[in-house]
Structures are given as structure tokens and as C-alpha cells.
Design a protein around this ligand. Structure first.
Ligand code: TYM
Length: 332
């Protein structure tokens, strides 16, 4: 049996990297397997945000996921903090995870940088909570972008060590399920060597689900490129990261290979390619943006959906937590 689980931090809105690397793949998996998707609001505590903003961000991300095609009738959609078993299992797994394993996480190294002394403990422990998210539901497949692969591998290590230490088969070592093709790592529009991310201070570096059509056109027009025309072979884009990224985005949206895209645009410059890319982006984003606007009008309905999702998630996760507690001798 397959069980799919994935999460997203509710910090700001969705961007194209989230959409292509994760969310649109979640949408497709809904018809193929049992799916649980959640807002990683406990993970968001690793950075300080005022409470009103945090709450608004959680609702906004729930609406964005539904607007993108996550169907609460097919998938269990919920907020992590509404299912206490995530936090409880995290603490149990803190006894299994090793400092050295967490010290090697590239996200920790990148985000804490030289400021390890002032980074929150939550930022360091972040991957253990992520492991709890996954192991709590005995998920088999975790669809994520390339940047989360190391965290899923850590989850496998934690599952295997726990099962070995406590002589149990409770936890399932999950597979990272990373998209093939060009969507697994969407890069910044301003720098083809940096990933597109919510934390980039320049909004011109990313396409947001909320961007109006004119903004999309403008962001694509201003996207960094080089003066050479497009080649006919993707291998020739190897040392042209910005050009490779734009072709990759186009291919991911239309579902083509980079070869197929280049077969059409070979010999042309970005003066021709960029408007075609903007059109493809608008065709993808505009309908989702409109649905998002409608969903925002009914926050009570969103809260109802999330409450229902939390009940369903807890029904699956709580018995697994109970087994974990029993496995370590916490049955009083
Ligand atoms: P987060 O919120 O940073 O991102 C959500 C999803 O979007 C993918 N993604 C990208 N994919 C391609 N190109 C990009 N530029 C890009 N940027 C983001 C991410 O890989 C991710 O799949 N730690 C997770 C949330 C999480 C989670 C979990 C995921 C918490 N618990 C359990 C899976 C299972 C995170 O911060 O994702």
C-alpha cells in the first residue's frame, strides 16, 4: 500500500518553485494513492513572526493549496499544530537522532550560517520534526523538491535506528519522491545558481501565485539572461544557468522535455522566447490566482476544512504514536 505525505511551511504565499517542484505533483498523486498534505506551522516557529501574521499565513497557504488543486474531499489537508502527535513523536525521535546527523544538514548550515549561537533550537531540530511528520503516518512516498532530499534521507536513518534500537518494525523508511525533469529545482530569475525561494529579499527573483499578469510579464522581461541565442541541444546550456532555468521552467509548465522546447526555439533569442514563457506562466497561474481570490472570501469554510482534516489525520497518526510510546516503554 502506498501512502503519500508532504508538507509546506506557511511562510508567505506559494511561488513557482513550490508549485512545479511539489504542489502540482501532489495534485496529480491525489487520484493514485491515499494522500495527506499539511501546513508545517510548527516548523514556522524556527523564525520569529508575530502571531497575527502567522495565523494569516496559515489560512493563506491553505487557500493557495486548494486553489492549486488540492481537493479536501480526496486528500487530508490539515495544520500540523492541530495534531499534537507530531510534537510528541518529535520528542521521542529526539532520543534517536544524533547531533552529528543534524550538524551535517545543508539547510541548517545555510540558514544558520555563521550565527549558530543565536539560531533557534527549532531551526536545528527542524529535520527531526520533519521525520516525525513522515513517520507518524507510516508514509511510503514523500513528494518534495530536490532541496528536501537530505531531510528525507535523515528520516530514513532515524526510522532504521529507532526500529533497530527498540526491536520493532513500527516505522517505514520513506522514499523521497523527487520529480524528474526540470521542476525539481527551479532557480531564481535573478541568479541561475540560487534556488527560487520565499526568503530571497527581491520579489523580482520569483513568480508568485498572487502575481497579476502584468507583473508576470515584467518579471520575465527583467529576468537575467545572456545575449546568445538558444541552442538546439540542452547540453549546450550547461554553463548558461539562467538560460537553462528559463527553458526548464517552460518545459515543466508545458510538460515537455528541454529537448522538445529547444527544438522549437533553437536559433531564437530571448526577445522571442521570453514572451512565450510569460504566456505559458500566465496560462498556468491566472486561473489559480482567481480561485485563490474566491477562497479567501470564506475563511470560516477554510477553517472547517482544516478542522476536518486534523480529525482525519489524528485518527491515523495517534495509534502510531501510541505504538511508538509503547516501543520505548512509555505506557503509564
Ligand atoms: P518548503 O515550505 O520550503 O517548500 C515546500 C515544497 O516546495 C519545494 N520547493 C521547491 N522545489 C523546486 N524548486 C524550488 N525552488 C523549490 N522551493 C521549494 C520543496 O522542496 C518542498 O517540497 N521542510 C519542508 C516542509 C516539511 C515537509 C515535512 C515536507 C515539513 N515537514 C514532511 C515533506 C514531509 C519545507 O520547508 O518545504
Amino acid at each position: 500500500e502506498r501512502r503519500v505525505l508532504s508538507g509546506i511551511q506557511p511562510t508567505g504565499g506559494l511561488h513557482l518553485g513550490n508549485l512545479l517542484g511539489a504542489i502540482l505533483r501532489w495534485v496529480r498523486m491525489q487520484d493514485e494513492a491515499e494522500c495527506l498534505f499539511f501546513l508545517a506551522d510548527l516548523h514556522s516557529l524556527s523564525d520569529f513572526v508575530d502571531p497575527a501574521t502567522r495565523l494569516a499565513n496559515i489560512r493563506e497557504m491553505a487557500a493557495a493549496l486548494i486553489a492549486s488543486g488540492i481537493d479536501p474531499a480526496k486528500s487530508t489537508l490539515f495544520a500540523q499544530s492541530a495534531v499534537p502527535a507530531h510534537s510528541e513523536l518529535c520528542w521521542i525521535l529526539n532520543g534517536t537522532a544524533r547531533m552529528g546527523w543534524l550538524n551535517r544538514m545543508t539547510q541548517w548550515k545555510d540558514k544558520a550560517g555563521k550565527n549558530r549561537e543565536t539560531a533557534s533550537v527549532a531551526l536545528f531540530d527542524y529535520p527531526v520534526l520533519q521525520a516525525a511528520d513522515i513517520l507518524l503516518y507510516r508514509a511510503t512516498h514523500v513528494p518534495v523538491g530536490e532541496d528536501q532530499k537530505q531531510h528525507i534521507e535523515l528520516t530514513r536513518d532515524i526510522a532504521i535506528k529507532f526500529n533497530t534500537d527498540y526491536q520493532t518494525d513500527l516505522f517505514i523508511a520513506p522514499e523521497p519522491f523527487i520529480g524528474g525533469g526540470t521542476a525539481a529545482r527551479v532557480m531564481s530569475l535573478r541568479d541561475g545558481t540560487a534556488k527560487m525561494s520565499k526568503s530571497d529579499p527581491s520579489d523580482m527573483s520569483r513568480i508568485n501565485l498572487t502575481d497579476e499578469n502584468e507583473i508576470i510579464v515584467q518579471k520575465v522581461r527583467k529576468a537575467r539572461t545572456d545575449p546568445a541565442p538558444l541552442p538546439d541541444d540542452p547540453a549546450l546550456l550547461a554553463d548558461r544557468p539562467e538560460a537553462r532555468n528559463l527553458v526548464g521552467i517552460y518545459a515543466a509548465i508545458t510538460g515537455e522535455s528541454s529537448e522538445a522546447v529547444l527544438a522549437r526555439f533553437a536559433g531564437q533569442g530571448f526577445g522571442t522566447f521570453k514572451p512565450a514563457l510569460a504566456d505559458a506562466l500566465i496560462a498556468l497561474i491566472a486561473p489559480l490566482r482567481q480561485r485563490l481570490c474566491e477562497l479567501r472570501r470564506d475563511p470560516a469554510e477554510l477553517d472547517r476544512i482544516l478542522a476536518d482534516g486534523a480529525t482525519r489525520a489524528a485518527a491515523i497518526g495517534t495509534p502510531v504514536l501510541d505504538r511508538a510510546k509503547a516501543a520505548v516503554g512509555l505506557t503509564l
